[in-house]
Design a protein around this ligand. Structure first.
Ligand code: GLN
Length: 555
């Protein structure tokens, strides 16, 4: 039978609830349990797909094509279970479902209300995420409730989990609450009051926390933990200190050392072998001991906000671990680049243009690609990055001076990147897109497979087939492929049925390492194996650095 751990948050957001939930899941998994994680987002958007990265950070994409909260990225990097559509849902989805049922007459003439109809629906979504009643049912589902206690929109979600715990029984659910303990410099003290208040606020809505994860910039001493325990009605061994660390991969060990998994397994009556965190310890040791470092320029639009490229940052760091180097990522605002880009970019060991939407910064990105191509700097273009690499090649090598994407210039005379309006997908269904379609429904989303052309760089990296996740609307326009290929561009992977370009590259005679991919490989990178494409990219950066190193002169 599936047991539930509900993770709620208090005081402020951005305390790392997602990482805490993922860390707990990782510890439970190391105890031999089948675990999954579910994220509940109380906002009204149906999914984060249409939200700006400035608002919401990265949109994480699952194999089955769900556009989800970035916490699902943490989940997949921390545990073995893969996420899918059912692992993240929003108030928008819950209300849509309730309203559809109402229109169908499923509520038999009753007045449809938040309690019980919306709260019941939330419980159904949670059970579906945990696979309850199916062969996929997990031992423990960790349910992270987005937002903070006290938000109006979180209330139906908290009420739903309270009801679920009441129905499930004492030893089938646990509540973990994440709180904040600020250090007040003027007083020279850690203050426990906000935590006392948030625990009380939780009790007011009928939830007694079993454990409090107290975030602070430093470890919380015993005396303060006792005080928190007294005021929050949580036993002192449940008051767990979670201090700032240089890498999130230290959190599983930190929580385990303070007995969080023991407390949870006791409450849930789960008899398991002890946790084995060996691989986390090895990982943290490797992170602390690089044998060199490389500098990667990431030329993008959302550069001010680290969260917009969360998975990408992690994938680059994982690849660094694989290659025993620290990867320093330098964010370059694409709008600051122009034809004199070399002065800005020459000091880097590699250049990356990530995914993105909209015209802002595109010309700067094209300048960055040109610089990488002409100066033979390792280059990786992801999604939009592949598209701008295609435009750059078309304009500056293939002689198509007007080349552009219809995303940036709908009337462009030479659309090397364009909206493909109709094609047949792998299931044989006709898919259509039009410039006026709903933004939510016109993307190529999720995992797709294609063959890789033997003899290419992509083939050395991926082997015969590549399966990666997509999230984009525009494609390389097949009408121009011939002319681009004749000018030297290599198309190293293409989907068989739809003939959609998946990977482009430059041949070794022209460039040592230049690849553009239409998909998002960063979503599949884990700290354990890294990802073959990023591993190869960082390896190329190291090589480039070595080739530039001044040769020692004889003394
Ligand atoms: N804006 C481009 C498209 O929709 C690229 C999207 C992306 O980089 N994820 O095709």
């Amino acid at each position: 039978m599936t047991k539930f751990v509900f993770v709620t948050g208090g005081v402020v957001s951005s305390l790392g609830k997602g990482v805490a939930a993922a860390s707990l899941a990782a510890i439970l998994e190391s105890r031999g349990l089948q675990v999954t994680l579910i994220k509940l987002d109380p906002y009204l958007n149906v999914d984060p797909g249409t939200m700006s990265p400035f608002q919401h950070g990265e949109v994480f994409v699952t194999d089955d094509g769900a556009e989800t909260d970035l916490d699902l990225g943490h989940y997949e990097r921390f545990i073995e279970t893969r996420m899918n559509k059912a692992n993240n849902f929003t108030a928008g989805q819950v209300y849509t479902s309730v309203l559809e049922k109402e229109r169908r007459g499923d509520y038999l003439g009753k007045t449809v209300q938040v309690i019980p109809h919306v709260t019941n629906e939330i419980q159904l979504f949670i059970q579906r995420g945990a696979g309850v009643g199916t062969p996929k049912a997990v031992d423990v589902a960790i349910v992270e409730v987005g937002g903070t206690v006290g938000d109006i929109e979180s209330l139906p979600f908290l009420e739903a989990v309270r009801q679920l715990s009441l129905q499930a029984g004492r030893n089938d659910t646990v509540f973990v609450h994440l709180s904040y303990v600020p250090w007040i410099a003027a007083a020279g003290e850690l203050k426990t009051k906000p935590t006392q208040h948030t625990a009380r606020q939780l009790r007011e809505i009928g939830i007694q926390a079993d454990a409090l994860l107290c975030r602070a910039d430093r470890p919380i001493p015993q005396e303060e933990r006792e005080k928190i325990s007294l005021f929050s009605n949580v036993p002192v061994w449940g008051v767990i200190s979670v201090w700032d660390v240089d890498t999130i991969y230290k959190i599983p060990r930190m929580l385990h050392e303070q007995g969080l998994d023991g407390l949870i397994c006791d409450k849930l009556r789960l008899n398991t072998p002890p946790a084995n965190l060996r691989r986390w310890d090895d990982l943290v040791r490797d992170i602390a001991n690089p044998q060199g470092e490389v500098h990667v320029a990431m030329v993008g639009k959302y550069v001010e906000l680290g969260d917009s490229y969360k998975s990408l940052n992690e994938a680059l760091r994982h690849a660094g671990l694989k290659n025993h180097v620290r990867v320093n990522i330098h964010y370059i605002d694409a709008e600051s680049l122009n034809n004199d880009t070399w002065a800005t970019l020459e000091r880097f060991d590699a250049i990356l243009v990530p995914g993105g939407f909209g015209v802002r910064g595109v010309e700067g990105k094209i300048c960055a690609v040109r610089c990488a191509r002409e100066h033979r700097i390792p280059f990786l273009g992801i999604c939009l990055g592949m598209q701008v690499a295609t435009i750059e090649f078309a304009r500056n090598v293939a002689g198509l001076a007007d080349a552009n994407s219809t995303e940036f210039d709908p009337a462009c005379p030479c659309p090397v990147i364009a909206l493909i309006t109709e094609w047949q997908d792998e299931a044989g269904q006709i898919q259509t897109r039009s410039p006026d379609s709903d933004l939510g429904g016109t993307m190529r989303l999720g995992a797709q497979t294609s063959d890789v052309v033997p003899g290419t760089l992509a083939h050395r990296i991926y082997g015969n087939v590549v399966t990666e996740r997509h999230r984009h609307r525009f494609e390389a326009n097949t009408r121009y492929l011939d002319v681009l290929q004749r000018a030297g561009l290599v198309v190293s992977a293409m989907t068989q049925r739809e003939k959609l370009t998946e990977i482009i590259e430059l041949p070794p005679a022209i460039h040592p390492w230049f690849i553009g991919v239409q998909f998002h490989p960063e979503f599949k990178s884990t700290p354990w194996n890294g990802h073959p494409l990023f591993n190869a990219f960082i390896q190329a950066a190291i090589k480039h650095q070595q080739s530039r190193a001044p040769t020692p002169t004889g003394s």
